[in-house]
Design a protein. Structure first.
Length: 337
């Protein structure tokens, strides 16, 4: 029974602000896809990789991981996954592998900075950490995770890619401009807490200048997001008052947070574990590496799978081995620290 002296809490079922932002971003991403931008860029990327499949994947990993440290991994997936899919189909490479490695790159890159993903933002604010202090502490582990990802990429057979049969694609400039402006506006307004305004502006923009985006909108994806954005503060509150205690630090906290991320997804796991204010670094490391592995580990994973339409088992074929290797080596590095 709860202590009657505790303050009353008004339950909030869903984090509506996050849901509105991600919905607006999905609209902008769909507009970029329908504009023909990704089909235009695909052959150029293949040429930039010197027609090498291995170099193409390394190029994707570098660009996506660096971008995710700044624009957040969820946003990076909305921007880059349509490009990865278009390029993979054009080059006739394994789309499931390309998408999975790209998602891992986004999860890994976003772990570096306190603004790279939602769980980092939560931890950053909760502990009052400095931007550079957070980044400096995460750097050795993120570097390790990238090295592991590069090692996985080097196992790809380095065959030569051809784009001779690629048909010409017309670029729809009006839709491209509207989508790019909407994307920028959504990110800026989300940063200052104006999610509803971002959603309304984006919706009106496509109603006026890009109705095909709304006609092809993926509402099932939004329903999936609603499940992810359920507010876990209430569960943390109840568990804390029931006397359930999680590890306070070290390797135990790292492993528990990584495993809980496989069950709840890494953002709810962060909120759940923060109730007892444990050591921030093992917590951050666990929930970030926990974003890999099973598909529910991170919202970025769900976004990528829904956009790319690859099978879950194909995703797990690459993501789970990476998660297990990274978890083991990270625990060793944390022990040495």
């Amino acid at each position: 029974m709860l202590d009657p002296s505790l303050p009353c809490r008004t339950p909030k079922l869903v984090d509506w602000e996050s849901l509105l932002v991600i919905t607006a971003l999905v609209m902008a991403s769909k507009g970029l896809e329908l504009s023909g931008l990704f089909s235009k860029l695909a052959p150029r990327l293949i040429r930039a990789a010197n027609h090498s499949e291995r170099r193409l994947m390394l190029l994707f990993i570098l660009v996506i991981s660096l971008s995710s440290a700044v624009i957040m991994n969820d946003t990076a997936m909305l921007v880059f996954i349509p490009l990865v899919v278009a390029t993979s189909k054009l080059a006739r490479v394994n789309t499931a592998r390309a998408v999975t490695l790209s998602v891992i790159a986004a999860n890994v890159g976003s772990a570096l900075t306190p603004i790279g993903n939602p769980q980092n933002i939560i931890i950053w604010h909760a502990y009052g950490l400095g931007f550079l202090d957070f980044t400096y502490s995460m750097l050795p582990f993120v570097s390790l995770w990238l090295l592991i990802l590069f090692a996985f990429t080097l196992t790809i057979k380095n065959r030569e890619l051809s784009i001779e049969s690629f048909p010409p694609v017309a670029l729809r400039k009006t839709l491209l401009v509207v989508s790019l402006i909407s994307l920028i506006v959504d990110i800026v307004l989300a940063e200052i807490g104006m999610a509803l305004i971002a959603f309304i502006i984006t919706l009106i923009a496509f109603l006026l200048l890009g109705r095909e985006v709304l006609r092809g909108f993926d509402w099932v994806l939004i329903l999936t997001f609603a499940l992810i954005f359920i507010d876990f503060n209430e569960l943390a509150f109840l568990l804390n008052n029931a006397g359930l205690m999680f590890p306070a630090g070290g390797i135990k906290l790292f492993v528990v947070s990584a495993i809980l991320s496989q069950i709840f997804s890494n953002v709810p796991a962060t909120v759940l574990l923060l109730a007892n204010k444990p050591e921030w670094l093992p917590l951050s490391l666990g929930v970030n590496i926990g974003g890999n592995g099973v598909v529910f580990g991170s919202l970025a994973n769900l976004i990528a799978l829904r956009i790319s339409r690859i099978r879950v088992r194909d995703f797990h074929h690459h993501s789970i081995p990476y998660f297990l290797v990274a978890l083991l080596l990270s625990a060793l590095l944390l022990f040495l620290f």
